[in-house]
Design a protein around this ligand. Structure first.
Ligand code: GLU
Length: 556
């Protein structure tokens, strides 16, 4: 077969060559061990939490080696492309502290870097030059049959092959067409796709060292994969090989789901005479399916947390998600964090070698714990600003309430936090604050909750205690005076200190803790709150007395 003739037939308008591009995009001028990494999302909707997971690896690998991390948009699947999704990818990377150094910088913004375009749909001519080269080398052929086999067709063909040949070879029948047939088909205007003429032996395997999973065995490729579709657009396989080569990527970090295609990708690199980059196939974040009890991939369809934006909507500090993902990546992160409580997480000695190979489970309790820790270190004033900023976007009513009660809110968020040895760890994300502390604001306080007393306490005793307590309460009392007063009133009303009460419970209505809980429920409607004396001061005497009065007149 005259491959040069075939190449000219198929790509008569392509006059550039791979060599032209190799020269146009020369080696980067970086330190010898510097790594170049990229995240290459397809703009098919939102920015997946798993993609951020991979991006964090990319950024660590690049930053720790003084390299470059860039964002490339892989929009060759025009059918799945969603308007605005590329912009979301950039915005989310930025939001979650993983800004790229180079590449796509958002819709309408100039791309950064000299290896662009970083948007695949703007690179078709480049891909065609490489496709043409493969035809010239006798490693690619046009296929005129149905473009994609259905799942059933594949199953049937493979079963037949297994029976007849003893192994499966995904060879395409069009690889055997001679040039006359091809010319005829082209003249008739038949659509064609370009496919790889694979040369692997189905019975042979070879070893490959994955940067995360170590040495792995892999089958030689026997699939005549599609290189360019009939619309002239290359799918992922060819596009990423050309791009990663011309953009001088040193390590490709991508999900484990790509592992089965690696053999075909390596064959393509070889066909071009190119050295492939290193590959790191990452574990995939999973979840337990509530219905089946099985482990499954975190899914766009069922799991809101699969979308990075969910963490924004819920009002997590962005570093909470970073630290959580880092914890899934390197299990020693938790100990490192304990030993370095105030260091930025980016100081952590991340290593690809420490990434576990099993798929981690998404655990909302864990991220909440990590987040509580982070929030506990934010000074009250800053925390209020964070919550107001969140509320301005997602709960304007709450934002207005916070601003109307700004002084009190600032005190509330500073309580047992600012400068405390062991700060309060009760808030993990902004959207739960209204539920946690709504009782501090008249706008959200539900009076009826202040009647929810412990059933064991006789109503008359509650009323008696509150009536007496009301008479002596002073908002200027410090914590100690506050407690002494409460104790005095409680004792007069038949409550005893813990020790005395325990020795003879029958003789008393309750103990001091019961008494202070009565005041707590009456004033806040809650059985658990931060320091009650401080909360009462923040609420102010009038409000406190009003709330107590309500209980006294309504407890029946
Ligand atoms: N566009 C591919 C995806 O979104 C990227 C795979 C890769 O990182 O190489 O899955």
């Amino acid at each position: 077969m005259d491959y040069q003739k075939l190449a000219n037939l198929l790509y008569k308008n392509i006059h550039t060559t791979p060599e032209y591009y190799y020269e146009k995009f020369p080696e980067r001028n970086l330190a010898p061990k510097a790594e170049v990494t990229r995240i290459a999302p397809s703009p098919t909707g939102f920015f997946h939490t798993g993609t951020l997971f991979g991006s964090m690896i990319d950024k660590f690998v690049a930053d720790k080696s003084n390299g470059v991390f860039f964002l490339r948009i892989e929009d060759t699947d025009q059918k799945r492309k969603i308007q605005g999704a590329s912009d979301i990818a950039y915005q989310m990377l930025k939001k979650f502290n993983t800004s790229p150094d180079e590449g796509f910088m958002g819709e309408g913004k100039e791309q950064l870097g000299s290896y662009g375009s970083y948007v695949q749909s703007e690179r078709l001519e480049i891909y065609h030059a490489f496709a043409k080269r493969l035809v010239e080398l006798g490693r690619a052929f046009p296929c005129f049959c149905k473009q994609t086999e259905g799942k059933e067709d594949i199953k049937e063909r493979r079963a037949k092959q297994l029976e007849e040949l003893g192994s499966i070879i995904d060879h395409d029948p069009c690889r055997n067409l001679d040039i006359a047939d091809i010319e005829l088909n082209l003249k008739m205007g038949k659509p064609w796709a370009l496919k790889l003429l694979s040369t692997g032996d189905p019975d042979k395997t070879f070893k490959f060292t994955d940067m995360i999973k170590g040495e792995r065995e892999i089958h030689e490729n026997t699939k005549d994969i599609v290189l360019v579709k009939s619309n002239g657009i290359p799918p992922y396989a060819l596009a990423h090989i050309v791009d990663d080569t011309l953009m001088h990527v040193t390590t490709v970090v991508r999900g484990e789901e790509w592992w089965p295609s690696l053999s075909a990708h390596l064959e393509l690199f070889r066909a071009f005479g190119l050295k492939p980059p290193k590959y790191a196939h990452t574990p995939v974040i999973c979840k337990l399916d509530e219905k089946t009890g099985n482990k499954r991939k975190l899914s766009k369809r069922y799991d809101p947390e699969a979308d990075t934006r969910w963490f924004v909507v819920e009002g997590y500090p962005t570093t909470a998600l970073n630290e959580y993902l880092l914890n899934l990546l390197n299990s020693d992160f938790e100990n490192w964090r304990k030993a370095n409580p105030d260091a930025p997480y980016t100081d952590f000695p991340f290593s690809l070698k420490k990434v576990g190979s099993s798929n981690p489970m998404f655990d909302v309790v864990k991220i909440n714990d990590i987040s509580k820790n982070i929030v506990s270190k934010i000074p009250g004033k800053e925390l209020l600003r964070f919550i107001v900023d969140w509320a301005n976007e997602f709960d304007q009513d709450f934002a207005a309430v916070l601003l109307r009660n700004q002084d009190m809110a600032e005190k509330l968020f500073s309580l047992d936090r600012d400068g405390a040895q062991r700060p309060r760890k009760d808030i993990s994300h902004a959207s739960e604050v209204k539920e946690l502390f709504g009782y501090m604001f008249d706008e959200y306080f539900d009076k009826t909750t202040s009647l929810n007393f412990d059933e064991k306490q006789p109503k008359e005793s509650i009323v008696k205690l509150l009536t007496e307590y009301k008479k002596v309460y002073s908002e200027t009392d410090d914590k100690q005076a506050w407690f002494e007063k409460l104790k005095e009133v409680a004792t007069a009303c038949g409550y005893a200190d813990m020790k005395t009460y325990k020795a003879n419970p029958e003789a008393y209505v309750g103990n001091i803790a019961d008494a202070s809980n009565i005041v707590r429920v009456a004033v806040t409607g809650r059985a658990n709150t931060p320091d009650l004396c401080s909360l009462m001061q923040m609420l102010g005497k009038n409000r406190v007395l009003e709330r107590i009065d309500y209980v006294v007149s309504n407890l029946k």
